[in-house]
Design a protein around this ligand. Structure first.
Ligand code: CAA
Length: 386
């Protein structure tokens, strides 16, 4: 059978953040509640001229620069913070990146889960057409109400992946375990800018969905727990991943080894929740930050989207994968950022799009080359400022 999977992947994060100690001080909370209790350090904050489109283009650009655009005939854009109810955000990205015009383009939604079906669909497609490649992008801005329990778990990032036959990074195993249940743990009606969330219930449903998906994965002939070298979880906050890892080890009746999951949490602790991108950010973090050469090793991947859908699947890291990582770029994106104080954070949080169609020129704040320059007559105008 033809091997398919992730040929290359990279992420982008905006260059402003607020440290969770500032939020703790503002709300009179012990900072250790955030650093230890939820396991987060920073919240990435998009500038006024950044959104899911600009982050997505920034994440995908290094892939196109290194591996070209030939054969990319499909763009799948996974997000739960879409900017339009009709048009796919991927169409803007398609133009910004100069992708071939003979291309299909569609947006997928199921909370934080949608990049996973995008990858499954893409793998099936390139198995049928091995000369083609699919660009899968997950891009989200996680924003909660001010002073809510979800506030410290905000964040923003995009992950871009090229899916191909004979991939150079991670072969995706066709065996999956899936689980769907109709629940209201986290949702965002069309008229709301921030989600409604039953936080503690959502964490319980996440853990339940993990076990249900794992059981289905086992029933479908998946790898034994002992055959998996590293685990990557959807990370609304890194402590959730730690709990998940313990929970799964217990279900598999084995001793937990946290070192199998911790490398995946390094970037997320510094960025915050990035919804659809989060589990894939954990995968990049694992590949970039594991001392051991993971070539030939299996990675267990758990994707969860509230509402809720979950999937457990596995990927095998391709020997020589390190030649195709963007580790230096990723570390620089995280290290070279500007901290804002609470007032600066409020200004970024409160920015809203004009609902009346009036013109709004956005300040030049993005560090990358792609910007949302203006919104006028309900149209968003993106530019490549390079
Ligand atoms: N020092 C160390 N730890 C401390 C502490 C201190 N001073 N004070 C509190 N803690 C610990 C608590 O003991 C608790 O630990 P346990 O989980 O082990 O019990 C932890 O910090 C969190 O504290 P609280 O239980 O008081 O929780 P909270 O009310 O502040 O909110 C939350 C936590 C409900 C997860 C909230 O962050 C939230 O609503 N987040 C958004 C929803 C979410 O992320 N859900 C996750 C599953 S759904 C999903 O994954 C989809 C998605 O992306 C949204």
């Amino acid at each position: 059978m033809i091997k398919t999977g992730i040929d290359a992947m990279s992420f982008y994060v905006p260059h402003r953040y607020i440290g969770l100690e500032s939020l703790a001080e503002r709300h009179g909370i012990d900072p250790e509640k955030f650093s230890k209790g939820i396991g987060q350090e920073k919240i990435a904050l998009p500038g006024h001229d950044e959104d899911i489109v600009t982050m997505a283009a920034e994440a995908a650009k290094p892939l196109i620069d290194k591996y070209g655009a030939d054969g990319i005939d499909t763009v799948l854009f996974a997000t739960e913070t879409g900017i339009d109810q009709s048009k796919s955000a991927g169409i803007y990205v398609h133009r910004l990146l100069g992708l071939p015009a003979n291309c299909r383009n569609v947006e997928l939604k199921q909370a934080c889960y949608s990049a996973t079906p995008a990858i499954q669909l893409a793998c099936g497609y390139v198995a049928r057409k091995p000369d083609r490649r699919v660009l899968v992008i997950a891009s989200d801005v996680a924003r909660y109400e001010l002073d809510s329990s979800g506030e410290p778990t905000q964040g923003a990032a995009a992950v871009a992946m090229l899916i191909s036959a004979d991939p150079r990074l991670v072969e995706i195993d066709p065996v999956s375990g899936c689980f769907t249940e109709d629940i209201m743990d986290f949702w965002r009606p069309n008229y709301r800018r921030t989600p409604l969330v039953d936080g503690k219930y959502s964490a319980l449903r996440y853990l339940n969905a993990l076990i249900e998906a794992w059981r289905d994965y086992q029933a479908n002939g998946g790898l034994d727990y002992s055959e998996i070298a590293r685990f990557c979880y959807h990370l609304p906050f890194s402590r959730m991943g730690e709990k998940a890892h313990r929970h799964l080890a217990k279900a598999a009746k084995t001793q937990v080894n946290m070192d199998q999951a911790l490398p995946g949490m390094i970037y997320n602790r510094q960025i915050g929740n990035s919804y659809a991108a989060s589990m894939y950010l954990a995968l990049i973090s694992t590949l970039d930050n594991s001392d051991m050469d993971l070539g030939g090793k299996a990675m267990g991947l758990f994707s969860y989207g509230s509402g809720a859908v979950a999937e457990f699947f596995a990927g095998r890291v391709v020997p020589g994968y390190r030649d195709h990582l963007f580790t230096e770029r990723h570390r620089a994106l995280i290290d070279e950022r500007e901290q804002v104080d609470y007032e600066g954070y409020l200004k970024l949080w409160q920015a809203v799009d004009p609902g009346d169609g009036s013109e709004r020129i956005l300040p030049d704040e993005a560090r990358g080359r792609y910007r949302l320059a203006s919104i006028n007559e309900h149209q968003r105008h993106y530019i490549d400022s390079a």
